[in-house]
Design a protein around this ligand. Structure first.
Ligand code: UD1
Length: 390
């Protein structure tokens, strides 16, 4: 692939949903300063569209306005994926990019990869090789298939390369670079908004946070936890019990708020020490996570962010595609097991809990390594990352 800088098309960088933005922002910045790389064309599929889920995060992260927005919106998985494909195909034809860069595991990641693969456009997958080994998760299907289609695969932890090798992905396609999500966290941490300010803006009285105990932060949005009535009831019961030990701040995903209302479960939260907030900006969220005594979540990204921040994390799932957060970080899987969760909370409140350490290459420079490697791989710079990074 030895093409001159001028002969090759832009880097088509795809984002669609909230967790994509903090991964793409450091990449866009690193691509802009890497000698010789083509320009970035940021494409938003419009999978997430609410101001809180979208525009505020773009502003917080310093992401440029997308070159275009496919405005697909919400639908069933099949319809959403198909619609992204239908709208992305003519974009690729017009743009003739040198490659398509996708991050993470959302429907937009897979949909755009499928289109690029059929058009013979090289695909670069950032955050490749993570596996929960749970194919009931839509994200697991997206991960497996995207990795099969990608030509260059960048990983966040070393076990990812073993997962990929087991699925027949050639080792020479894989580069271990670290975690771009942690690049964003380290860049923006100094600008994080204080939790007191976030609560005040949401109209929550200042004395909600116990000065001695502090507070916990909750996020929940996995379909397996919030779409099923019985599962959601178990989650709310668990949180209700935890809130007797520690006040909880819960910025709720629209899917979760809608289901709590639909199933008539709002009363389960009414008398508890739980502050229900709308989805927050990146800087508000960073302030809440960094200031929390502990975090309860089913998010993939937050398992990593809490590990990087050294804050104990209880994950309401039976598995994780990010095992390093358990082995080296602060993460513990508790499922929806109320007594297990409460025991962990009590342990943390008594000064216990996992402290963890920062995983290898989660150092704030993953995007730079990717930019350097990409320039080599596209035939623009002399060399990409050495084999030692594979
Ligand atoms: C998606 C990703 C998930 C990621 C999550 C982060 C897939 C399969 N899932 O899940 O991996 O962790 O984003 O948030 O791609 N909605 C709004 N406003 C929006 C977007 C969504 O109200 O801006 C509501 C709609 O009711 C929609 C529901 O949320 O039906 C689900 O949205 P969708 O994009 O399908 O999936 P998420 O649950 O957000």
């Amino acid at each position: 692939m030895n093409r001159s800088q001028h002969a090759i098309g832009p880097l088509a960088c795809v984002v669609g949903a909230r967790p994509n933005y903090m991964k793409m922002a450091p990449l866009v910045r690193a691509f802009a300063v890497q000698a010789g790389l083509p320009v970035v064309a940021l494409v938003h599929t419009g999978q997430h569209y609410d101001v809180e889920m979208n525009e505020r995060l773009f502003a917080d992260l310093g992401l440029p306005v997308p070159a275009l927005n496919l405005e697909v919106g919400s639908a069933t998985h099949a319809v959403q994926t198909a619609e992204i494909m239908r709208r992305f195909e003519p974009v690729l034809d017009d743009m003739s990019p040198s490659c398509v860069i996708v991050v993470g595991d959302v429907n937009s990641t897979l949909a755009c990869s499928l289109v690029a693969a059929k058009k013979g456009v090289p695909i670069v997958h950032v955050e490749a090789g993570l596996r929960s080994f749970d194919r009931t998760m839509p994200e697991e299907i997206n991960r497996i298939l995207t990795d099969q289609l990608a030509q260059r695969l960048y990983t966040t932890e070393r076990t990812a390369a073993d997962n990929l090798a087991r699925e027949g992905v050639a080792r020479e396609r894989i580069r271990f670079v670290g975690n771009v999500m942690i690049d964003s966290l380290l860049t923006h941490r100094p600008r994080a908004i204080r939790p007191e300010e976030t609560l005040e803006r949401a109209g929550i009285p200042a004395d909600f946070v116990d000065t001695k105990q502090g507070f916990g932060v909750v996020t929940l949005h996995r379909p397996s936890n919030v779409d099923d009535q019985a599962a959601l009831r178990e989650c709310l019961a668990l949180l209700g019990e935890v809130s007797m030990h520690l006040p909880l701040i819960w910025p709720a995903h629209p899917r979760t708020s809608a289901n709590i209302a639909r199933f008539g479960m709002a009363s389960m939260l009414a008398s508890k020490r739980i502050a229900f907030l709308p989805p927050q900006g990146y800087l508000e969220m960073l302030g809440l996570l960094a200031g929390a005594r502990l975090v309860i979540t089913d998010s993939g990204g937050i398992q990593e962010e809490t590990t990087a921040l050294g804050v104990p994390c209880l994950t309401i799932r039976e598995n994780t595609e990010r095992p390093i957060t358990i082995e080296q970080g602060t993460n513990t899987l508790v499922g929806r097991d109320r007594s297990r969760a409460v025991a962990c909370v009590v342990d943390i409140m008594n000064g216990g809990g996992k402290r963890g350490r920062t995983p290898e290459l989660w150092d704030g420079h993953a995007a730079e390594r990717i930019a350097q490697d990409l320039a080599g791989w596209l035939g623009i710079a002399d060399a990409g990352l050495e084999a030692g990074y594979a």
